[in-house]
Design a protein around this ligand. Structure first.
Ligand SMILES: Cc1cc2nc3c(=O)[nH]c(=O)nc-3n(C[C@H](O)[C@H](O)[C@H](O)COP(=O)(O)OP(=O)(O)OC[C@H]3O[C@@H](n4cnc5c(N)ncnc54)[C@H](O)[C@@H]3O)c2cc1C
Length: 386
């Protein structure tokens, strides 16, 4: 329960969903909250250690079935993302990229051998995965990717580079998307393969408690069985993004909730002009508007989660959720920042960290503009971008 839940939306969840949420919330309280300000400031997060702890709780590839995955519902997975991101968007990103991007790609498009090789180890957090779609010169327009895959006898040769890849510096395997003669194909690439080099991207001012890297592929020779046999065409990586975006629809609400709860507590005790900030009408107007947006966002996430569980969730519906919930979460974080005054910019409070993180969340997994274009295409029948 959160004081922001004016509409008793909690009552829309079942006991199992509430229980999963409590377990993840406790984990975040114990393992993330006490350390995250420090990780953020240092730009260093113990990703491998966290992955193993998340794996023990069944959070990695949580909504997938078989191969050691928990097989939970999409709503339960969404609630887990919300609680993780109430800790930090970077920590949620570790779990999203592992489960919804890297593991999902192998689970959906991989051979039985690839699944056996990677998924059980990734579910426990012993192996970490990443997902390489973005390139230095091709972000919103992955169809123009320059990374090439060509056959050489039975082998494949991969050449090119991927940029802004979450988890890459700590990963064991990358799902790499490359253009082959017949179109875009996906490969499970062990990152210790000769010709692969990974460089950590430093000086991020956002998602500092998440490891991000650049992957260079210099004629990397891969055996035929590195190809994900089921993934043909750009729709394969895009389907993985739909999975991950659903988690973000929920996750962003976690960051916003943490900002709101922090702000309510702060405004109740900080006095100016002889009364608590919470007693000023202007502050209450801000709090009321933010609480309303948060509740609407939660209803939207829950609706999309239930659609996903019914197998009916369409990509443009996820775009509605990602566009709205990240945009509103960021607006909430910025507004909360004003209520904390100077303390709002301090790392002693989580608000500026969440606001900075949400800038990345607004951009990755499809920028807001791209989601507007997806929605616009659905409304008008005209594509303005592809
Ligand atoms: C911290 C972080 C982690 C990331 N992790 C991953 C990862 O794990 N794997 C991965 O593959 N990628 C990852 N990304 C990359 C992310 O997905 C891209 O940054 C994103 O897709 C946008 O691409 P770009 O940065 O190249 O921006 P660009 O595509 O250059 O866009 C710049 C601006 O132009 C706008 N724009 C572009 N095209 C249009 C258009 N047709 N109409 C209107 N506006 C347009 C965009 O909306 C944006 O505002 C990550 C990014 C960050 C910041």
């Amino acid at each position: 329960m959160t004081p922001v839940d004016l509409l008793d939306l909690d009552s829309l969840l079942d006991d199992e969903e509430r229980q999963i949420r409590s377990v993840v919330r406790r984990l975040v309280d114990d393992r993330v909250r006490p350390h995250v300000a420090d990780w953020y400031e240092r730009g260093h997060v113990p990703a491998r250690e966290l992955a193993r702890e998340f794996g023990r709780l069944g959070l990695l590839g949580m909504h997938l079935t078989g191969y050691g995955c928990a097989g939970s519902t999409a709503v339960a997975y969404g609630l887990a993302c919300l609680e993780l991101e109430a800790g930090d968007s970077g920590v949620r990103s570790l779990v999203s990229v592992q489960g919804s991007l890297a593991m999902y790609a192998i689970w959906r498009y991989g051979s039985e051998e690839q699944k056996q090789r990677w998924l059980p180890a990734m579910a426990t957090g012993e192996a970490i995965g990443c997902f390489g779609l973005t390139e230095p010169d091709h972000g919103s327009d992955p169809a123009s990717m320059a990374t090439r895959a060509r056959r050489d006898g039975d082998d494949w040769l991969l050449h090119g580079g991927k940029m802004w890849i979450t988890n890459a510096p700590v990963a064991d395997v990358a799902v790499i998307w490359a253009r082959a003669e017949e179109g875009v194909r996906g490969f499970a690439v062990p990152l210790d393969s000769p010709g692969v080099s990974v460089r950590e991207i430093r000086r991020k001012m956002s998602l500092r408690a998440s490891v991000t890297g650049e992957i260079a592929l210099d004629d990397v020779r891969l055996p035929a069985d590195a190809l994900l046999p089921g993934a043909a065409g750009l729709k394969a990586p895009l389907s993985c993004l739909t999975e991950a975006r659903h988690g973000i629809v929920w996750g962003a609400l976690g960051a916003a909730r943490d900002c709101l709860e922090t702000t309510l507590a702060y405004a109740g005790t900080r006095t100016q002009f002889g009364r608590p900030l919470a007693g000023f009408q202007l502050t209450q107007a801000k709090l009321a508007d933010m609480a309303v947006e948060w509740q609407k966002g939660f209803l939207l996430a829950l609706h999309l989660g239930r659609l996903a569980d019914a197998g009916k969730l369409r990509p443009e519906q996820v775009s509605v959720g990602k566009l709205n919930n990240v945009r509103e979460a960021l607006a909430i974080a910025r507004q909360c920042r004003t209520i904390l005054g100077a303390n709002g910019v301090s790392g002693e409070y989580p608000i500026m960290r969440h606001a900075n993180n949400l800038e990345s969340v607004l951009t990755y997994e499809g920028t807001s503009e791209i989601h507007q274009l997806v929605i616009g295409q659905r409304l008008t029948g005209l594509s303005a971008f592809a």
